[in-house]
Design a protein around this ligand. Sequence first.
Ligand SMILES: Cc1cc2nc3c(=O)[nH]c(=O)nc-3n(C[C@H](O)[C@H](O)[C@H](O)COP(=O)(O)OP(=O)(O)OC[C@H]3O[C@@H](n4cnc5c(N)ncnc54)[C@H](O)[C@@H]3O)c2cc1C
Length: 370
Amino acid sequence: MKKYDYLVVGAGLAGCTIANLLKKNNKRVLIIEKEDHIGGMCYSEKRENIEVHIFGPHIFHTDSKEVFDFVQQFSPFNNFVNQPKAYKNGKLYSLPYNMNTFYEVFNTIKPCDAKKVIDEEIKKENIKNPANFEEKCLSLVGRTIYEIFIKDYTAKQWKTDPKNLPASLASRLPLRFYYDNNYFNHRYQGIPEIGYTKMLQNMIDGIKIEFNTDFNKDIKKYIDMAEHVIYTGSIDELLDFKYGILNYRTLRFEHKVLDVDNYQGTAVINNNEKDVPYTRSIEHKFFNYSQTEKTVVSYEYPEEYKLGCVKYYPSLQQKDNELYMKYLDEIKTTFPNLHVLGRIAQYKYLDMDKVIIEAFELFKQLTKNF
Ligand SMILES: Cc1cc2nc3c(=O)[nH]c(=O)nc-3n(C[C@H](O)[C@H](O)[C@H](O)COP(=O)(O)OP(=O)(O)OC[C@H]3O[C@@H](n4cnc5c(N)ncnc54)[C@H](O)[C@@H]3O)c2cc1C
């Protein structure tokens, strides 16, 4: 018999969730984490007594009561509602695109008037078969909204002219013809009051974890330690990049402590200016309503991905997905007892609630024969 029933590779949200479920079912679980802390992308730490989301703003939102009940076991949640703003040409606008935005942009008060203006703009573009991202956006929201909110922001985010991006990237651009700045439509929303890192720490309470331990440095040794491996890292590394590296989008965050108690008056502001290199500024104290004399503001800069950079977002390009599937097929036969889980290993953009749902699903599959 092997020393552990399950080896969980990675102590991000996916790894911590599955480890918790397995431990509760009396399985012998070991977690290994290549960094010196848990949390993955959800990692947060206190600076100036403010919980700072080091890898970008994380707002928990879900429609699943099961998921919300699950996370609330490990931390109480506050009632934060995400209502980001967008800055362009000296003006601040409401997001997501809703009647407040249309009032700010077109001065329209009634939904029928806002709809009329936008429909006329769409008609004027006369785009029947959008050939790229720009054309698709113009055909969905018209030129004014596109130019204020989408054009320059997207160019900064993807480091290319939106005309070079596929139309499929813009498949959803919902317009709300009602007054509502709540970014998410989900029933449950909030921020863990004790911070994400402490919440995840509570999730894996009592489970052995080894830090600074990279599974891919000695795959055979770790495979031999456990009956099953749950892997939450990038799968190209498992086969030593034999078909090439999987592509990701990466970011750089600049975190600044400012000697004022309130810098921008809200948690998240998108910056839609062409010549300002960051895409968002994030003032963390607003997530937890912290009453402090100073504030911490982070600036988000999109960067070119190279091997070794933090993997923030899986690529959405078809060729990258094909490469991922090629790796996955081979991994299934090379490592039959290895299961992939989470945003990086499944190579999908998964919000936190979706990662937890994936972990619930995997747990169900694994425990069919318990
Ligand atoms: C900028 C940004 C903002 C986001 N905002 C939101 C939001 O507002 N709301 C929301 O619901 N979701 C948000 N998300 C998504 C959220 O971050 C993810 O759903 C979640 O963090 C995924 O967890 P994970 O465990 O799958 O991956 P990760 O967080 O990437 O964790 C993987 C872990 O595995 C470790 N690891 C990898 N390879 C190895 C190895 N070989 N050996 C050992 N350890 C390894 C890594 O170090 C890491 O700790 C955001 C994501 C980003 C990038």
